[in-house]
Design a protein around this ligand. Sequence first.
Ligand code: MV4
Length: 508
Amino acid sequence: MFSKILVANRGEIALRVIRASREMGIASVAVYSDADAHAPHVREADEAVHIGPPPSSESYLRGDRIIEAAKSVGAQAIHPGYGFLSEREWFARAVRDAGLVFIGPPAEAIAAMGSKTAARQLVTAAKVPVVPGTTEALRDADEAKEIAERFGYPVLLKAAAGGGGKGMRVVREPGEMQASLDTARREAKNAFGDDAVYVEKYIVGPRHVEIQVLGDQHGTMLSLNERECSVQRRHQKMIEEAPSVAVTPEIRRAMGETAVRAASAAGYYNAGTCEFLLDRDGKFYFLEMNTRLQVEHPVTELVTGIDIVQWQIRIAAGEKLPFRQQDIVPRGWAIECRITSEDSANGFLPSTGRISYLHLPSGPGVRWDGGIEIGSEIGLFYDPMLAKLIVHAPTREAAIERMHRALLELTIEGVESSRDFHLRVMEDADFRAGAIEIQWLERRLESLTHAQPPESTMRTAAIVAALIADHDRRAPRRANGTGSAHGAHTPTANGDAWTRLGRLEGLR
Ligand code: MV4
């Protein structure tokens, strides 16, 4: 086993890896930019190395400096977290070439899944269902129309080099084809430097369900079951849960076996995720594989009881997985809310400032994976995700109530956050019924952000208003002559606010 690893990331995920290492008796080394000199991950690690100025292109994306840092402190392995260098084939290769271990999949597997069309071809050969479509880049609009006739409209034009929804265009009839193809090509060229576009049948109203896989270097590849990730906005996930209300035991088994086949076809090991679209008839289609640890891994950890990050480290060190597929027994329900410094009342505009007050939720079944503390400066250099609030409970209903309760306990001052947005979702009838698909949030955004404050805040406001009125009746402000018309009451023995709050129960 390693004695020291370097964590090539920042924020909550750096802390997550540092915690895993410490529990395993492994020393951790943080890296940091000038903007993060006082960040929690720097303090919590056993050592820290400065790697450059605030822009990530000059710090957290500088693979050369990070590898140099690892060598200088005698670390044997590098954990990339997510984002930044986590899915760069060249970095995984450079780490290996420097005589260090990349805590993740082999560079070849990152490459195999990196091109969406190449991945489609690879997994199709392994009998993995993909959305009906082509794998070859389109020549022109006439060819696209010919193919669309075969699958039937609507179809979706996608960037071959793509991912993340860039260069995607829905085409509903042949007359739109030329203009949509031109737009998709232009977007693809801008985003990926490659204007190759291909065509798929457009799946209407699907869910985004993904399978966590975990494989060792000795031929064991396991499915850790699904996560439901349909609550997303502009391809940014906001809420994830495990399991999914739409996944039956039959779908779970079939989807899990499919994900294992897809990963195995790429020569994969370590942790990875296969994304699927699940349609209304229970049919699923492989979309792409994410060759990294994902933000939402904690929901899987909570329902399976498996520490994915610790196993990533053990697998990288060459250990064998000691469990088999039948040992994976999910328990209860987990939900994660991504707490971002975004102003949901103003189009999710990024909010900046200094965290001036922070009260964290706790209690039964509550996990806080955060990267902030009082005094943290939230700027625009990095991702707006401040923390993840994750809950676990026996049932979905109990998990929603628990998340709602935990969000009520959470106070963040100094920047706007997505806390109120999440409260509203937990109070939403569609969400509570599990009636969600990938377009749900964007259709509901108006009512979830621009209406009144969340139900729970309105109740609290009503209680506070009643308390003030009650207080005014008891202690009229005689000094300025604006005392209550009711005049003074005799103070009661139990006149404290909490007792009075109890008597105002009717307002709840
Ligand atoms: C699709 C689709 C419907 N039909 N493909 C979006 C990002 C990229 N990874 C794939 N995406 C989609 N591909 C077909 N044939 C709908 C989406 C899609 C989506 C997928 C997952 C999560 C959120 C999404 C939001 C909009 C569209």
